[in-house]
Design a protein around this ligand. Structure first.
Ligand code: COA
Length: 164
């Protein structure tokens, strides 16, 4: 099939070294979509960055179209409860179904590992997306950026339904 291009989306495991590109994607995604200031982005960048350990010790899967990564997620932990610790889509692809595609893949991946509950520490702006996916908000973290005292990370949970 060499030389034939398709528009097919694939979701595949991140490859060694892709943490750098995924960090760039994550920074673009978070800052551009929610219009955060540079000051906010410099507050705790490690919360957004993708570390090499996310690829080796967690499950990091990327959504790719024609060789271009346009989104990814990271799952960490072990059954029966895993954390969805990153879920990012390229700014110009947000709102086109990529988030749902990644979410459903993450749920099926977790289910296959015997996971019953996915926990999420969600950006408050992403809370409606996770709620649309079926997650519920169970609280919020107290730590908050000094320049945005009303901004709180949401604690969310999703119970994976049994296969009917
Ligand atoms: C959160 C994010 C991954 C969602 O991805 P997306 O591509 O916009 O999601 P989709 O287009 O697949 O939307 C899926 C569903 O959620 C709904 N949805 C998405 N964002 C929403 C919002 N802010 N408010 C209400 N509904 C929303 C859509 O309407 C859609 O509903 P439908 O499938 O029933 O029609 C994306 O907005 C993003 O990358 N944001 C910046 C990074 C970020 O904050 N990530 C989360 C960190 S915790």
């Amino acid at each position: 099939m060499d030389g034939i291009q398709t528009n097919a989306m694939v979701i595949r495991p991140a490859r060694t070294g892709e943490d750098v590109a995924l960090t760039d994607l994550a920074m673009r995604s978070v800052q551009h979509h929610w219009r955060y200031t540079d000051e906010f982005m410099e507050w705790e960048p490690e919360v957004i960055a993708v570390q090499p350990e996310h690829l080796t010790e967690g499950i990091t899967n990327v959504l790719e179209v024609q060789g271009h990564i346009i989104g990814f997620y990271v799952l960490r932990g072990d059954a029966p409860e895993m954390e969805l610790s990153r879920m990012m889509v390229e700014p110009d692809k947000i709102g086109t179904g990529c988030g749902r595609r990644l979410w459903e893949h993450a749920v099926e991946t977790a289910r296959g590992l015997g996971v019953r509950v996915i926990i999420i520490d969600g950006d408050p702006n992403a809370e409606p997306f996770y709620q649309r996916m079926g997650a519920v908000t169970v609280g919020e973290h107290e730590w908050t950026p000094p320049m945005m005292p009303d901004w709180h990370v949401k604690k969310m949970r999703y119970s994976i339904p049994p296969v009917s």
